[in-house]
Design a binder for this molecule. Sequence first.
Ligand SMILES: CC(C)(COP(=O)(O)OP(=O)(O)OC[C@H]1O[C@@H](n2cnc3c(N)ncnc32)[C@H](O)[C@@H]1OP(=O)(O)O)[C@@H](O)C(=O)NCCC(=O)NCCS
Length: 161
Amino acid sequence: MDVTVSAADVAEWRAVREVRLRALAADPGAFGSTLARELAFDDGVWRERVAAGRTFLARRDGVVVGIASFYAEPGRQDERELVGMWVTPEARRTGVAPALVEAVRRAAAAEGAARLTLFIAEGNEPARRLYERLGFRSTGEVQELQSDPCRGQERYALALS
Ligand SMILES: CC(C)(COP(=O)(O)OP(=O)(O)OC[C@H]1O[C@@H](n2cnc3c(N)ncnc32)[C@H](O)[C@@H]1OP(=O)(O)O)[C@@H](O)C(=O)NCCC(=O)NCCS
């Protein structure tokens, strides 16, 4: 069964919360945020996040199998940053991740952005391979990972045209 990807509606905030908390619990080393931080969010924070219209859910047979979001980092108006990409372990390597990236790429381009960027944590080989296969290239910029300052994360970018 094909995967479907759509922007989450504000009414779906509980589904977004569920998959996001599952992602932070399962793969803490992949993200800048932490499970403890987001468990403390009240319902309004989740509603606000989803209301921005920039969170995408992937479903197969009606079951959520992945999530990705994007946002505009202040001061970098010509870019959009893809964040929070996660595919459930059982759905990996089945085309869910590229479908999510494509939905974000289209939405970022529709907002007039020139580039789609993202950070990959040091040692995250599946993510690096995925994004390089889809045309993202390292910008050479390395920052510390907020959730684990001992590790670095590298910015990658894809030109949108
Ligand atoms: C990163 C992630 C979204 C990729 O999803 P996916 O469905 O596995 O994506 P794809 O199958 O399209 O691509 C994954 C690539 O990693 C490779 N891969 C998978 N497991 C691997 C491993 N343990 N070591 C090295 N490479 C691995 C796959 O072979 C594939 O590369 P290839 O096309 O060159 O063969 C998924 O692994 C995930 O949710 N990880 C945890 C969260 C995360 O890291 N998010 C990204 C933050 S930047």
